[in-house]
Each structure stands twice: as C-alpha cells, then as structure tokens.
Design a protein around this ligand. Structure first.
Ligand code: CTP
Length: 421
C-alpha cells in the first residue's frame, strides 16, 4: 500500500509567520526532538495559515509532558510562564507574543456542559476532541517532518469548500458553547455551517442551558470582539440561538445599523465590546436588563454600564424636548459612564435627544467653575454641603452662559452671600 501523500506547509510558515515566531517554533521542534517528544502546531493557527489570514497567537501540542518543554522554552526566551499542572498546559508571554503549550489529550464528557475529563493521548486523540474540521488540523514541528500537515478529519477540504462541520453527532451536546463558536467562525470567515451540522445545532440548542453563565458570557465577549458582530448576532437570531441569551434580544436591521454607526463614530479605533453589549441590550426593559445581567453574571462594572444605559434611556422623553437649557441637560446626564451615554446617542429614537447627549459628551461635561472649594471658603461660604451647592450653581450658570470668567464667579458668590439663590 502507498504511504498517504504528505502535504507540507513549511513554505507557507516561512512566508506568513513573523520571523521571531518561526524561530521560536523551530527551536521548540528541535528541543522536543531531543526529548523524543512530538510537537505540533494546532487549531486556529493551522486554519489561518491555510487561509493566509493574520496569525496572532500560537497553540502548540506536545505528545508528552508539555510543561517541561514550555519551561525550557521560557528560559530560552526569557518569557513569563503560567503553568496549569492540572490541565498539563502552560502559557508563555514575551513582548507581544503569547504561546500556549498543551499536553496532547483525549477527553471524555461526563455530562453535557461540564468541563471534560482529560487524560494524556496522542495527536490523533487530541484532534478528534476538537470542535470543527477546520480547527482540527495540526502541523508537525519536529525537524525531520517540519511543516507536515496532519488532517485526519479533512479540514483542508472543508476550508476549500468554506464549510463549518462538526466531527461527530454529539459535538454540541458535549460542549454547547460550540453552537456560538460555529456561528462566529461561519460569519468571520464567510463560510457556511453545512446542513448536517446545522441540523445538529438546532437539535441541540437546548443544551446551551447546560452551560454556565460564565462560559456563555465568555462566548458573547468573543462575538463582540469580532469585526462585525452584528452578522453573528443576526445569524444567531435566525438559528434560534440568540433567544437563549434572552428571549427579547433581536439580531435585526436596527442592530446592524447601530453597530455600523458605532464603528463610524469610534474611528480610527474599533468600538469597545462594551459599547456593542450596551447596544445589544438597549431595547430590553429594565426588568429584562436585570435578567440578562444575572444570567451572564456580568461583572460589577459591566452590569453598571448596562444599567446606566437603561437608566439614560428612561430619560429620552425628557431629553427630546427642544431647547433644553444646557444646565438641565447636564443635570439629566452627569454621573453616567461615557459608554452608556454613547450607546444612547447611537440608540435613541429621538434625534433631539441624541443631539443633547452629544452636546453633553462633547461640551457640557468638560465645563467646570473656575473657583475651587478653597476659593469659596476664602470668600466666606461656610464649609460643608453649602460648598458643593455653590459649585453646582456656578457650573449651571456657566453652562447656561450667565457668566464666563473667574471675576464674574466671585461677583456672583458675593451676590449670593447677600441674597442666597
Ligand atoms: N476548541 C474546541 N472546542 C471548544 C473550544 C476550542 O475544540 N469549545 C479547540 C479548537 O480546535 C480551536 C482550539 O481549541 O481551534 C483553540 O481554541 P480557541 O483559542 O478558542 O480558538 P482558535 O481556533 O485559536 O480561534 P480564534 O481565531 O477564534 O482564536
């Protein structure tokens, strides 16, 4: 029988990997060879090499003790190493680089949604436990076979067909976060989840409820870090996945348009994922917002952002009144996070309200009295809450154009001394 034809990617690696990473994996391959271990590049990096997409981080799998090899490489590169002995993994960080070392493993899922039981295995075991064929390829790094593609699940063929395909019928049951991952890769790469996988995905949607809120939140964060998250949310809506986050969430044209506006507004930077989150939750009621916060176990800061967004939305009607005094706009909006305000500037149905929010963001929030608390004490204002009151009144007068110099402020404070406002 003929040996299976090998496909070597050494040239692609030479061309596409940054020189320092290429050097790193060559050295790691040689170090592994000396230890009589086999070493592989796996997962997303293999997929992205074949697609000629940008490579950021590396995932390396070792048949054998990954941690010892990782320690050796960390010494050579003076990298910061973080070891998880329980999982046989180590992460190396140096400069802008991050490389994960993992011991090749076989996994069994004892119950849906739980983390898998893990035992050491071969590269074949390791690839067989993965999510999609396009993510289940490896490249050997040991010198005699450097660059050889290992593709037992025909991932390369699926890349050519632009297909997202699970490796077996229980994949989504084993790990329902793969439902979100399928949609994310499909939309990121412009691929299609093949029909059989779509059927399994729909069949297994209920298993999302077996996954902890923390893991679901992590998936949502990854979605919101993508270039155009609205496409993923729209598709998730169509597949019935989005409603598992909250039944009132919608991946519709409004969301797509508002996300696109958010991108325009944030140029030259990308919108922060928190802004997308605030917009995703924008149309929920206050009660629904609380449900989402609880389900996703949002951190205190993120929860506050979503609550702020909702609280500002409650004031949109007042903010829609034309010709509001700047000090009134300030009163309505101060104290909220900038992201929550921006979400409302983008999401508000009323153009006047949006203009008021923009006025606050661009101008009003920067307005401060020239006098300080100490100045007020020198001017005879009694210490205590009165100081804050006078400072607020001075700011309001400045906002409304009633004064615009320190002298005028002094005059006004003296006047108030005689006739309190
Ligand atoms: N993986 C999996 N099932 C999951 C998560 C990850 O099988 N639920 C596997 C996949 O083989 C994936 C690899 O672990 O390629 C690494 O996961 P991750 O870092 O999340 O993804 P990448 O493929 O590196 O893709 P990305 O470009 O999104 O970082």
């Amino acid at each position: 029988m003929n040996a299976p034809k090998t496909f070597n990617l050494a040239e692609e690696m030479q061309e596409q990997l940054p020189a320092d990473l290429l050097d790193f994996i060559k050295q790691a391959g040689e170090a592994a060879q000396k230890r009589q271990q086999r070493l592989y590049l796996v997962g997303g990096v293999v997929r992205d090499l074949l697609l000629e997409r940008k490579i950021v981080d590396l995932d390396i799998v070792v048949e054998g003790d990954a941690i010892r090899l990782a320690r050796e490489m960390a010494r050579r590169y003076k990298a910061k190493i973080t070891v998880h002995s329980r999982f046989g993994t180590a992460n190396l960080l140096w400069g802008k680089r991050s490389v994960d070392f993992t011991t090749a493993r076989a996994e069994t899922y004892e119950k849906p949604g739980a983390l898998p039981a893990v035992k050491p295995g071969t590269i074949s075991d390791d690839l067989a436990r993965r999510d999609f064929s396009v993510n289940a390829m490896a490249i050997e790094l040991n010198p005699p076979h450097f660059g050889e593609l290992i593709d037992p699940h025909t991932g390369r063929r699926d890349l050519k067909k632009q297909a997202i395909r699970v490796l077996h019928d229980n994949s989504f049951i084993d790990d329902a976060t793969r439902i979100w991952r399928a949609v994310r890769y499909e939309q990121r790469l412009g691929f299609r989840i093949i029909l059989a996988t779509t059927r399994l995905l729909k069949r297994d949607i209920d298993y999302l409820s077996t996954v902890s809120g923390d893991r679901i939140r992590h998936e949502l964060e990854l979605v919101l870090e993508e270039e155009e998250p609205e496409n993923i949310l729209k598709r998730a809506g169509k597949l019935g996945v989005l409603k598992e986050l909250h039944p009132s969430l919608k991946g519709d044209d409004w969301l797509a348009e508002t996300f696109a506006l958010a991108r325009e507004r944030c140029l030259p930077d990308e919108p922060h994922p928190h802004l997308y989150l605030a917009l995703l939750a924008y149309r929920l009621t206050a009660t629904e917002t609380e449900q989402l916060i609880r389900y996703l176990r949002l951190t205190k800061t993120t929860a506050q952002l979503v609550r702020d967004t909702s609280a500002i939305k409650e004031k949109i009607r007042e903010l829609s009144a034309p010709g509001l005094a700047p000090s009134t706009v300030y009163e309505y909006l101060h104290g909220y996070s900038l992201t929550a305000l921006t979400a409302n500037a983008l999401g508000a149905a009323s153009a006047t309200a949006a203009e008021h929010i923009d006025l606050y963001l661009n101008v009003l929030r920067h307005v401060n009295p020239a006098l300080s608390g100490d100045d007020l004490i020198k001017l005879g204002v009694p210490q205590g809450p009165k100081i804050k009151e006078v400072l607020q009144a001075l700011r309001a007068a400045r906002l409304d154009g009633l004064l615009d110099s320190k002298e005028e402020e002094v005059e006004m404070v003296r006047e108030w001394g005689k006739n309190p406002p």
